[in-house]
Design a protein around this ligand. Structure first.
Ligand SMILES: *Cc1c(COP(=O)(O)O)cnc(C)c1O
Length: 364
């Protein structure tokens, strides 16, 4: 009998998160130069970071001997102004994954449950199991969330319900009016985590000031990230917006100094770079159109997506993925999401998208 044998069963039952394959790893395996590899596997920003964010992070490095501001005062002040909430309604995370995990640790425990959709972001079941709670997966509707069925799945012991809008890996999107109407029906003892990781990629007509809902729904936690449209995935910074009482609970389980100083500085600067955000949006819209048209020309079905990625139904996805890797193209298999016929492709630069489409054509 050793320490591992005595690990709680709910920890051993966790299926670990599977990240996209790093470029350096494939380069080693194939003996290729890293520059010859195209990675469209992790929904990263193909423009890189905002130049303002990069300069701010570089400046912050000089102070790396000092602990960061554990309260994130300056970033929260800027976010409060931008989102129309009080600083006490904001929690900062080491990536938004950290905020999702805080929500699970603060609101879930053995004997409770959380509700999420089939094909929804993998971190929801992982965070739920880590907290020792039971995950309830609700069958998807057209690859997306079936809100009515999710509401019906809420049990007396349910404490958290997760919604990703748009969702990853499917890219599906629920009109905000439907989400707002659903929130009216959720019992107040259930925390609704609304994950808006891809919100910046929505066209203007489909955006919504969801932070304004916090006044009506004290059980709502909105989660956003700097990893996608803002191009700061490697620095790890995201945030949650909620009622001050919810945020207070999250802060109790938050690790001290969870967001490092370069990340705080870069995020603050990125919020000021409206031009970069507009370029990210435009590049994504053009690249999405290029990928959708290219897939259609190959006779490959794509799931319409509001994110910076889309699902392509390639059939034997495991085989096609191996063939793409041999051609130096990294995309994301999603069999672990219950989607074994699909590959998820992130929108890249025009040349990267073309490399993917050419490689796919060659191995179909
Ligand atoms: C990428 C992603 C996140 C963001 O993760 P970070 O930890 O902020 O990098 C959160 N939710 C979903 C659905 C995502 O796809």
């Amino acid at each position: 009998m050793n320490c591992c044998d005595l690990t709680p069963a709910h920890v051993r039952a966790i299926a670990p998160y599977l990240p996209g394959k790093p470029i350096s790893e494939l380069a080693r395996e194939l003996g290729l130069a890293e520059a010859d590899i195209v990675k469209l596997a992790s929904n990263e920003n193909p423009l890189g970071p905002s130049p303002l964010a990069l300069a701010a992070a570089q400046d912050a490095l000089y102070d790396m001997a000092l602990y960061p501001d554990g309260a994130g005062f300056a970033l929260k002040a800027k976010l409060a102004g931008k989102c129309g909430v009080a600083a006490s309604q904001i929690v900062l995370g080491n990536g938004s994954n950290d905020v999702l995990d805080m929500a699970a640790r603060a609101f879930l425990a053995p004997g409770t449950s959380s509700v999420f959709a089939q094909h929804a972001f993998a971190v929801y079941p992982i965070a739920t199991q880590t907290a020792g709670a039971q995950g309830i997966a609700v069958a998807a509707k057209n690859y997306g969330h079936d809100l009515a069925a999710m509401g019906a799945a809420i049990r007396a012991d349910t404490r958290v319900l997760w919604i990703a809008n748009p969702n990853n890996p499917t890219g599906t999107f629920l009109p905000w009016a439907e989400v707002e109407a659903f929130l009216e029906t959720v019992p107040p003892q259930v925390l609704v985590v609304l994950d808006e990781a891809y919100g910046e990629f929505l066209p203007a007509a489909e955006r919504c000031d969801t932070a304004a809902w916090l006044a009506c729904f004290p059980n709502l936690l909105i989660v956003r990230t700097f990893s996608k449209a803002y191009g700061l995935a490697g620095l790890r910074v995201g945030y949650g917006l909620g009622n001050a009482a919810v945020i207070d609970l999250l802060n109790r389980v938050r690790h001290p100094f969870n967001v490092n100083a370069p990340a705080l500085a870069a995020a603050e600067a990125a919020l000021d770079d409206a031009d970069f955000l507009a370029r990210s949006y435009a590049l994504n819209a053009a690249g999405m159109a290029q990928l959708a048209a290219g897939l259609s020309a190959l006779g490959v079905e794509g799931v319409p997506s509001r994110g910076n990625f889309l699902l392509a139904r390639v059939g034997d996805a495991a085989r096609i993925n191996t063939e793409l890797l041999k051609r130096g193209v990294i995309v994301r298999p999603v069999a672990n999401y219950g989607l074994p016929e699909f590959l998820r492709v992130s929108v890249g630069l025009a040349g990267q998208n073309a490399r993917f489409l050419d490689a796919l054509k060659a191995c179909l």
